[in-house]
Ligand binder design. Structure first.
Ligand code: NAI
Ligand code: AKG
Length: 526
């Protein structure tokens, strides 16, 4: 089935073309009200947004087919990442696409505030000529405090240094080496930095810690006439008290690109000439939008194609060498998971996966995810992807253990899985790397499982296979391939029979009645 991606905000044409070139249908539907998005999402495998679309739990839960949510930019605070993770939906972003634009917009706001650009512009447009009111200050030799020394904060530091500013900063996750490299004197206390600065800029994510990080207590400690800039997220500077401190003249000017509520048509900041306000334009350059569109299209397509998504935020990216080694075994593990679900009959409490031979030592996590997907999807109880495999296993009370062994039972590589004592193992064979079943319930086999199989375990004696063949023949069921494996120690045997035709309950009952000493018969559909 053709994969479909819904794009709810303006995306660069190059990004849309890339999706379409990869056979993915891309529907652009701008300005969708929330209820329309909930109604539309069930038809889509992917969703691409910028910052305006709220991807809520309700949207994610309505998206039964949804596999990837792509954010064409940095911040994912408009996406319920927790809900996506629970549903196995990858959330990814384009984290480097717009950082230069955001850093340049920061400098634009800082300079506009320092030199009264917006106010002077308004006066000249009003056909007036006034200079005295607009005397500004230089950035040169002023102290800039940077909160958040990540990608944008780092670029702002570089640019501010070029203006001859002194740099101080706060970011508990920034190493002293990086701070030194950026030329920033690092502090470990917000309140220690605040009184030092002539200019303050924030480059923080929106989190419980950062929202309201600056309020009346911090504003009161700042230097008189300080300039504050926010191109990160609204609410880091608490807006209402910010307006009070602007009104009191304590804060000299503010440059604000992001607001507590967006779109922002009503803010206490509107009444101040010395508040330079832009409508979330930090990433709005041709270059950033081109990059964001192309990058996110690439990552969303990769997610839908089952490839690595390097910027996935809710799963560790699988390195190419791991993918090369274990990736081909994922469909085999999914098949074995489904087989175990049908043979074991219940969701197991304990699952052990062992990667052998050339796979020994490779990270088995995507194999576990594949197995769980087969195991649980057969029971139709959950959507499992590498994103939520661990969480799903935990929710179902399945304890998962992994191991590796240098020996692969004579094969170059092999994966064996045991679910509460029920064992199955596969290798890959031929150019197509098709799965071959090499062990089931402890019986050695070598057979490619077909879409439909009958698995018989019986007391070994002459004539058993004849009975199976006769009954299936009478019922118009064709045997395509079969393998028999005997266990001399306990006198039992297992026959794995790939079949074509309709295997009804009546056929199964006839087989059970016709085969004396039958221990078990399973009808496996893969
Ligand atoms: N206005 C716009 O259009 C744009 C806004 N942004 C926003 O800018 C912000 C920064 O983006 P990036 O630099 O790319 O993010 P980043 O993740 O590279 O950097 C964030 C930094 O904040 C630090 N941090 C996190 N929690 C902190 C805390 N409680 N206290 C102090 N530091 C903390 C982290 O250690 C990290 O170094 C984000 O909110 C992003 O969404 C980014 C691009 C465009
Ligand atoms: O997509 C946009 O215009 C907003 C960019 C932004 O805020 C971000 O990337 O975090």
């Amino acid at each position: 089935m053709t994969k479909k991606v819904l794009v709810t905000e303006k995306l660069a044409e190059a990004g849309l073309s890339m999706l379409r070139d990869r056979g993915i249908e891309a529907d652009v539907r701008l300005k969708m009200p929330p209820e329309e998005l909930v109604a539309a999402i069930p038809a889509y495998d992917g969703l691409i947004v910028r910052s305006a679309t709220k991807v809520t739990r309700e949207v994610i839960e309505a998206g039964g087919r949804l596999r990837v949510i792509g954010r064409a930019g940095v911040g994912v605070d408009n996406v319920d990442v927790e809900a996506a993770t629970e549903r196995g939906v990858i959330v990814c972003n384009a984290p480097t696409s717009n950082i230069v634009s955001a850093a340049e917009h920061t400098m634009a706001l800082m300079l506009a505030c320092a030199r009264n650009v917006a106010q002077a512009n308004a006066v000249v447009h009003a056909h007036e000529w006034e200079r005295g009111r607009f005397t500004g200050v230089e950035l040169y030799e002023k102290t800039l405090a940077i909160f958040g020394l990540g990608r944008v904060g780092g670029l702002v530091a570089e640019r501010a240094r070029a203006f001859g500013m002194r740099l101080v900063g706060y970011d508990p996750y920034c190493s002293p080496e990086r701070a030194e490299q950026l030329g920033v004197a690092l502090f470990d206390d917000v309140d220690a930095v605040v009184p030092l600065a002539d200019f303050i800029t924030v480059h923080l994510p929106k989190t419980k810690e950062t929202i309201g990080m600056f309020g009346p207590d911090q504003y009161a400690r700042m230097k008189d006439g300080v300039v504050l800039v926010n191109t990160a997220r609204g609410g880091i500077f608490e807006e209402k008290s910010l307006a009070d401190f602007l009104a009191a003249g304590k804060i000299g000017a503010v440059g604000i690109d992001v607001f507590e509520a967006e779109p922002c048509r009503e803010s206490p900041l509107h009444e101040f000439d010395n508040a330079v306000l832009t409508p979330h334009l930090g990433a709005s350059t041709r270059e950033a939008q081109e990059r964001a569109g192309v990058q996110i299209a690439e990552y969303v397509a990769a997610g839908l194609e089952g490839s690595i998504v390097p910027t996935a935020l809710n799963m560790a990216p699988v390195p190419p060498e791991v993918m090369d080694a274990v990736g081909p075994y994922v469909p085999a593990c999914q098949m074995m998971g489904s087989m175990l679900a049908q043979i074991h009959g219940e969701i197991p409490q304990f699952l052990k996966l062992c990667a052998g031979g050339e796979l020994a030592g490779a990270d088995p996590s995507i194999l576990v995810a594949g197995t769980l997907k087969g195991l649980l999807s057969y029971k139709n109880t959950a959507t499992v992807t590498p994103v939520n495999a661990n969480a799903v296993a935990k929710r179902h009370g399945i304890k998962v253990e992994t191991a590796s062994a240098p020996d692969a039972g004579g094969y170059a590589s092999r994966v064996s899985i045991v679910a509460d004592g029920t064992e199955v193992a596969c290798t890959l064979a031929g150019e197509s790397q098709a799965a071959r079943l090499v062990s089931l319930l402890g019986y050695k086999l070598d057979i490619a499982p077909a879409g439909q199989s009958l698995v018989f375990e019986y007391v070994d004696a002459p004539g058993r296979i004849g009975v199976i063949g006769t009954i299936l023949g009478e019922e118009g069921i064709n045997i395509t391939t079969m393998q028999i494996s005997a266990s001399p120690e306990d006198g039992r045997a297992l026959a794995y029979v790939n079949v074509e035709g309709e295997v009804t309950d009546a056929v199964l009952a006839k087989l059970r009645a016709g085969l004396s000493d039958l221990k078990s018969l399973w009808h496996v559909r893969l």
